[in-house]
Design a protein around this ligand. Sequence first.
Ligand SMILES: O=C(O)[C@H]1NCC[C@@H]1O
Length: 344
Amino acid sequence: MDMRLPPHGGAKLSVVDMHTGGEPLRIIVSGYPEVKGHTLLSKRRYARQHLDHLRRALMLEPRGHYDMYGALVVASELPDAHLGVLFMHNEGYSTMCGHAVIALGRFAVDYGLVKEPRSPETPVNIHCPCGLVRAFVEYADGKTGAVRFLSVPAFVFATDVTVAVEGFGNVTVDISYGGAFYAIVDARRFGLDVSESRTRDLVDAATAVTKAVKLQVKLRHPLSDDLAFLYGTILTDGKEEFSSDATANVCVFAEAQVDRSPTGSGVTARVALQYRRGQIQLKQSRTFRSGATGSQFTGKAVEETTCGDFKAVVVEVAGAAFYTGASCFVQETEDRLKDGFVLK
Ligand SMILES: O=C(O)[C@H]1NCC[C@@H]1O
């Protein structure tokens, strides 16, 4: 059967779908108008102000779902970057996304965004809103494989911050930055287990923490105010001391969205925190497991550095992504629900 759409008109958007450790990534390859702005951060602001109907159409139902994640490839102003990217989710636009970087690394090589692939690894420089992220894509016999990336400098913003959390009383959290800011707290504080508890209970606890931190703690990023917001809360199994066993976590970000993967930017933030506490040494690799799906990333601190006035580390995260399909979506003018909707 001919799979083309009927010639009834309407705006068309083409995507390539992948997943990394179970977390979806919808890469938008055509159909978007020009995203204006001289810098990636100004393009992010432009997309939020002028093109948000397209994010909703592609992330939400009926084309997406509550936990869909997307990436729009755009031009970067950085001479070293092979591509720039804007990340999107159920509520808006994030500043960093490790699972997306892993998928985009493969995508960039497979779709010719990098001109001369090299074995055993092809470098792919991806300009994310938080800065330049250097990915390395396994490449052999014309095939792409696993991906590792060196993220932007990661730093601990504050440790042992006590906030009043609705329904849970006073809760002490750490706040760490891995391209996005996270509150990090042991799930056992809420009587929960990140691998065994019901997702709904984990989401409720994490969302209450996020709400409290947003209201009670003022974040600051030395490079840009656009980066200074709390992206979500990571509930952990509390196994912070270095071990060859995996440590599990669940990340609840944006509008109560649940990451199926171990969260690349979350792993980065957790490694920065563990390094700061002396629980992990430079170049010591740890395995991080998603409490949601059991999928794994590895993470290690590779170098000390700074980010403005913060002591920071460069963290390397590694994982694997897979293709799931390619689609051409249409928005028919008469469709009342063409711009997407959410059903909670
Ligand atoms: O892997 C990550 O970093 C992302 N996954 C969804 C939420 C984060 O942006």
